[in-house]
Design a protein around this ligand. Structure first.
Ligand code: ADP
Length: 699
């Protein structure tokens, strides 16, 4: 029988499972209902895509990310996994055709938009299917306590009933206990004769992300900081709370930047997203409308121009950095006054009884028989004691939901027509659950308070976040946040003789590899790592190999940071920074000069076994030893190939890291190609011949 591991290698081209994946796959294959909580980028998709290859029957994936369905299906096709999607972008006949093919068993996986399940006809048409697994992605959308509630998700419960209560996997990045309980309850996990659902929380630790918060006084400081990020790290996202800020920041950054917010037309947004995803543009300035599913793996930074409204929202957005495992930075530019914007949003999303009453009374006054055709801003002017148009918009929604008004859009009109439903009721008769609204408002404010606490936190930020999510499996925090980094060094002082020798060893290793490698490889060399990254390029033959073995990777990492801060070592700019010795560094190395240094404290950074392999900076730093011309040639080929294949995102063909690896190893045969990290049999079959041809031409 085929094992999950074989499928992992053969179809997905991965050698190992990411943290948490294997246990989930095993539970699903064993027929259990699961609730999987993993952060964005944690590798949730594989948790249902892999079982889909092993289970008897079809796997249905419900996902609200309509814009991404095609990409997901294309990515599966590239792995030779038959899949399709069904959403509102299809005409009826295309939809019928796909359903017929599903029933004929032509697909392993089918992505379906949640609103499809509104149609009884649609659900009936699926009835003959033998459903192996019903995977609900972004499952937090089912919870009214989540940040992204979608009423369509509530119907899934009924759809599941009509489909014969198949096995369910619910997946989300939102881990608050209320949301989790809601997911389990609403989807009936563990009911219908199945065992208690298994809940897996894992993967929240992201050791390659350096988390930080800068306390900034002015907008000019914020902009200067962002400009610095763009100059140094080049590729990333700047998140702003409002459309106005997006426009301001994008304008200040100038060319090479895309702006993205909800008030742009769908067409404009699609173009902006395409420019960013295809790599034509390296920086996006966006509101949180950007990024549901943004899967560009090579983002080196995510900066928040304004504080976000909750830790979930923050970590989801920040987590888009460094999906390729390389070191990346996430920073919140914090000014307490900005929290007011978030409070305004919370007021807007959760109108008070007073606003709802004020609105209803105003509507009773002004709506005649034909209703009123006014934009929300003008309706808001009729409501006493509120300046928050958003709250009035939400109050309109509440009244509409409770069946007391209708809102209708007429072709060609500027805005909605609002009418009172006859017979018009007294305000006291409106059945609106104010208590629920009030509770939600309190919860939202509580979440904001936790985010503010994060910004003002003085201890490990990773630890704070892991605790928030209840991720007890991925261990404690780590050393890559601003607070830990600043604590990891003591005050500046002249080193002892023993420390001087240690510093000389570190500097001479930098001198040996001068400008060819990044921090990670140098640390690995100094601690005598046996990793492939080191052995393949012969760093183990250097005389400095293993010289600081006893200190451990974390310590040596901190030591290099100190040497960089004091100007003994410089870091080249750009996406793949390498280290070189400065003149001062040379003098210190030769003991011609003694300088005070703030060395890391041994106790804070004792090596933690296993950490170095888990994506800590040591592993992740980037090689500078590949053939740059060949890398460029491969990139050019990848771009052309992506365009030929109808605009598939380039990294789906090969991510940059694989191209660099190719440009380093320069395989000549298919067997050699298969040895390259990131190339599995499926990739080799699809692109192998062309890849080898590009390499042969360039050599
Ligand atoms: P999520 O849905 O949790 O946000 P994805 O499923 O999109 O995350 O996966 C994030 C990234 O991790 C993708 O680029 C995916 O190809 C990669 N990935 C998933 N599983 C593995 C694995 N076992 N080994 C290496 N990379 C993986």
């Amino acid at each position: 029988m085929t094992t999950p591991h074989e499928i992992l290698e053969r179809h997905f081209g991965f050698r190992e499972f990411l943290e948490g994946q294997e246990r989930v796959v095993e539970a699903i294959v064993a027929g259990e209902d699961v609730c999987v909580i993993m952060p964005t980028g944690g590798g949730k998709s594989l948790c249902y895509q892999l079982p889909a290859m092993l289970l008897e029957g079809i796997t249905i994936v419900v996902s609200p990310l309509i814009a991404l369905m095609k990409d997901q299906v294309d990515a599966l096709a590239a792995k030779k996994i038959p899949a399709t999607f069904i959403n509102s972008s299809l005409g009826q006949s295309e939809m019928d055709d796909r359903i017929a093919r599903m029933i004929r068993g032509e697909y392993r996986l089918v992505y379906i938009a949640p609103e499809r399940f509104k149609s009884e006809r649609f659900v009936r048409a699926l009835a003959p299917l033998s459903i192996a697994l019903f995977a609900v992605d972004e499952a937090h959308c089912i919870s009214q306590w989540g940040h992204d509630f979608r009423p369509d998700y509530l119907r899934l419960k009924w759809a599941l009933k009509d489909l014969g209560q198949p096995q369910v996997a619910a997946l989300t990045a939102t881990a608050t206990p209320e949301v989790r309980a809601d997911i389990i309850e609403q989807l009936g996990l563990g009911k219908f004769g199945r065992k208690e659902p298994r809940v897996f929380v894992s993967g929240f630790a992201r050791h390659n992300l350096t988390l930080g918060v800068s306390h900034v006084k002015s907008k000019a400081d914020k902009l200067a900081r962002i400009q610095e990020y763009v100059r140094q790290l080049q590729t990333g996202i700047v998140y702003c709370a409002t459309r106005k800020n997006v426009e301001k920041v994008a304008a200040a950054l100038g060319k090479g930047v895309v702006a993205y917010h909800g008030a742009m037309t769908p067409d404009q947004r699609e173009r902006a997203q395409e420019k960013f995803m295809s790599g034509k543009c390296s920086v996006a300035v966006a509101t949180n409308a950007f990024g549901m599913g943004i899967d560009r793996p090579d983002l080196r930074f995510v900066v928040h121009y304004d504080i976000p409204g909750s830790i979930e929202a923050y970590y989801q957005e920040a987590g888009r950095a460094g999906r390729d495992g390389e070191p990346s930075r996430c920073e919140v530019l914090y000014n307490y006054a900005d929290t007011r914007t978030q409070e305004f949003f919370i007021e807007g999303a959760n109108p008070t009884r007073e606003v709802i009453a004020g609105l209803y009374n105003a509507l009773r006054r002004v709506c005649g028989k034909d209703g009123i055709e006014l934009p929300i801003a003008e309706i808001a002017e009729l409501v006493p004691n509120t300046k928050n148009d958003m709250a009035v918009g939400s109050a309109l929604y509440q009244l509409e939901r409770a069946g007391f008004i209708t809102r209708e859009y007429r072709q060609g009109s500027r805005t909605y027509t609002t009418r009172l439903v006859e017979p018009v009721k007294a305000f006291g008769d409106l059945e609106i659950d104010y208590e629920r609204l009030e509770k939600k408002r309190e919860r939202d404010l509580g979440k904001l308070a936790k985010m503010i606490k994060y910004a003002e936190h003085h201890d490990c930020r990773h630890h704070y976040i892991l605790e928030y999510f209840g991720d007890t499996e991925t261990g404690e925090g780590c050393t890559v946040c601003d607070n830990c980094l600043s604590k990891a060094t003591g005050p500046a002082r002249f080193p002892t003789d023993e420390e001087t020798v240690m510093i000389q060893k570190a500097l001479s290793c930098v001198a040996r590899v001068d400008g060819r490698y990044g921090r990670g490889r140098i640390v690995q060399t100094l601690v005598g790592s046996r990793s492939k990254d080191v052995l393949d390029v012969g760093l183990d033959r250097l005389s400095t190999y293993g010289l600081l073995k006893d200190l451990g990777a974390d310590y040596v990492w901190g030591l290099l940071n100190t040497l960089i801060r004091t100007g003994c070592v410089t870091v080249s700019g750009g996406q793949y920074p390498t280290l070189s010795l400065t003149e001062l560094g040379g003098e210190v190395m030769r003991k011609q000069k003694r300088i005070p240094l703030a060395l890391p404290e041994i106790s804070k950074t004792t090596p933690k076994p296993g950490r170095a392999q888990k994506g800590s900076p040591t592993k992740a730093d980037v090689a500078g030893d590949y053939d740059v011309a060949l890398f460029e040639a491969l990139k050019q080929w990848r771009r052309e190939n992506a365009e030929r294949s109808g605009g598939v995102p380039a990294y789906l063909i090969y991510p940059d890291r694989t191209l660099q690896e190719l440009a380093r190893v320069k395989p000549k045969t298919e067997a050699e190609l298969l040895e390259v990290k990131g190339i599995g049999p499926a990739k080799a079959r699809m692109f192998g011949a062309e890849t080898l041809a590009v390499i042969a031409r360039a050599l």
